[in-house]
Design a protein around this ligand. Sequence first.
Ligand SMILES: Cc1cc2nc3c(=O)[nH]c(=O)nc-3n(C[C@H](O)[C@H](O)[C@H](O)COP(=O)(O)OP(=O)(O)OC[C@H]3O[C@@H](n4cnc5c(N)ncnc54)[C@H](O)[C@@H]3O)c2cc1C
Length: 496
Amino acid sequence: MVDVDGNVYELQLRPSPVIAPGVTSEGMEEGHAPEVARPAGAAGAAETARKAALAEQVRRLPAGERARLVKRTSNLFRTRTKRPAAGLDMSGFDQVLGIDAATRRARIGGMTTYERLVDATLAHGLMPLVVPQLKTITLGGAVAGLGIESASFRNGLPHESVGEMEVLTGTGDVVVARPQGEHRDLFFGFPNSYGALGYALTLDIELEPVRDHVRLRRLRYDDSGRLFADLAQICRSAAWQDERVDFVDGAVFDGGDMHLTLGQFVDEAPYTSDYTWLDMYYRSCQTRDEDFLTARDYLWRWDTDWFWCSSALGLDRRWLRRLVGRRRMRSDNYFKVVAFERRHQLTNRWDRLRGRPAREIVVQDVEIPIERAADFVEFMLKDVGALPIWLCPFRQRDDSVTWDLCPSGSGGGWYVNLGFWTRVALTASSPPDGYNRLIERTVGELGGFKSLYSTCFYAEDEFWRIYGGDAFDALKRRYDPDGRFPDLYEKCVRGA
Ligand SMILES: Cc1cc2nc3c(=O)[nH]c(=O)nc-3n(C[C@H](O)[C@H](O)[C@H](O)COP(=O)(O)OP(=O)(O)OC[C@H]3O[C@@H](n4cnc5c(N)ncnc54)[C@H](O)[C@@H]3O)c2cc1C
């Protein structure tokens, strides 16, 4: 078993592979929903045993020893310092445990990928309220980080559809965190904690109905001010030109080529496009003003090419796509290639050999208040040049609630997530990490904040001012007083 850095672990205590009702020991066949829905909170004996074994593993850790999650896939983009830590194998919590179509709720293992979750819920005509774009993002990872997608302008972030969750804490307990009751502090402090307080083992979530197809409309711009003015109007009214909008995102390819894509659920489609192999969804954004996809293909439209990042691997060539094959064209495969490349610095070596300037990896998602989003795009066009940029608006779903570690606040304001994942050429005088640091400063000046899955450079006091320092301290004292898990600053900035 390896962790998200590729560290190999010997497990101290391995829970026995036992079978929970409605779930096979091999995992569910993709595309099949579980037959039964157990009521939320009702765990089978096997699941109870798995939880007890994990809790005991944490309790039995020698003084001073740390624990960390081991899993097969990751979407984390920070470099991490390898440090000895006991591996927590939570792979037994990677299943859909029950779906209740009548109440539109599901009970899900924290390690369940959205791919599996979506297949199970679609079979009931339902989907999670927000489905992050990459198939191997897990429900626990999206709730402990910040998942954002094109339904986020109406449904907020994934943690806002959680009713309750069971969390393995640093004290070696499994507690149920709900909006009320004894562990309400953990419920509201867990989102954006990235595993620094504990790991979500199971979650009860809300679902919403789907229709068979999504109709896409594109609005084109060469002026970022106009784009964000229209976007703000669409977010407020959930409509455009008197037609309902269910999903909205967009991209900046360059200053003269920006667009918004509006998605609307429809029952029937005159045709459906296929971007799961030879044709590239991101290219279609530049060429098609209208399109139709099945609901499933819509949800995974960005995964086939990892947005557009597959082109860095030459996969914008049709012959190569044919050779690679449909099954392998998935973001988790590209992630592995990129992780290998980063470990061995292949691109830098190749650039040096060809006498080309070194390039800085600029991989970030940042959240900017919608009123300042055009300023950020202009800054990126003029001072950084990390293109394309993915755009996705969001707002906290219930602005009466405070999520202690989430800086988006309860003010009810709209933000735009801007994501860019590329390399930028350096000059002889470029300081180390110069572009990333400049972006971080500019995000702060514009009243925004960064997603913490990638590199950060914040000074410690500034970091805690942004990401809920006092609340985090209180939670850490209560749920992980012996520091079994690294704290948030150690994880996100120091690379623990
Ligand atoms: C190129 C790129 C683009 C991205 N774009 C988007 C995007 O557009 N929208 C979006 O929503 N997200 C995006 N992400 C970020 C991604 O959603 C987060 O990094 C998320 O936390 C990954 O979840 P994972 O399940 O893959 O967890 P991992 O990558 O394995 O782990 C991420 C962190 O979460 C912690 N964690 C994982 N599972 C749990 C759990 N059950 N309980 C507590 N903590 C846990 C881990 O300890 C780790 O610190 C992007 C990431 C990359 C690399």
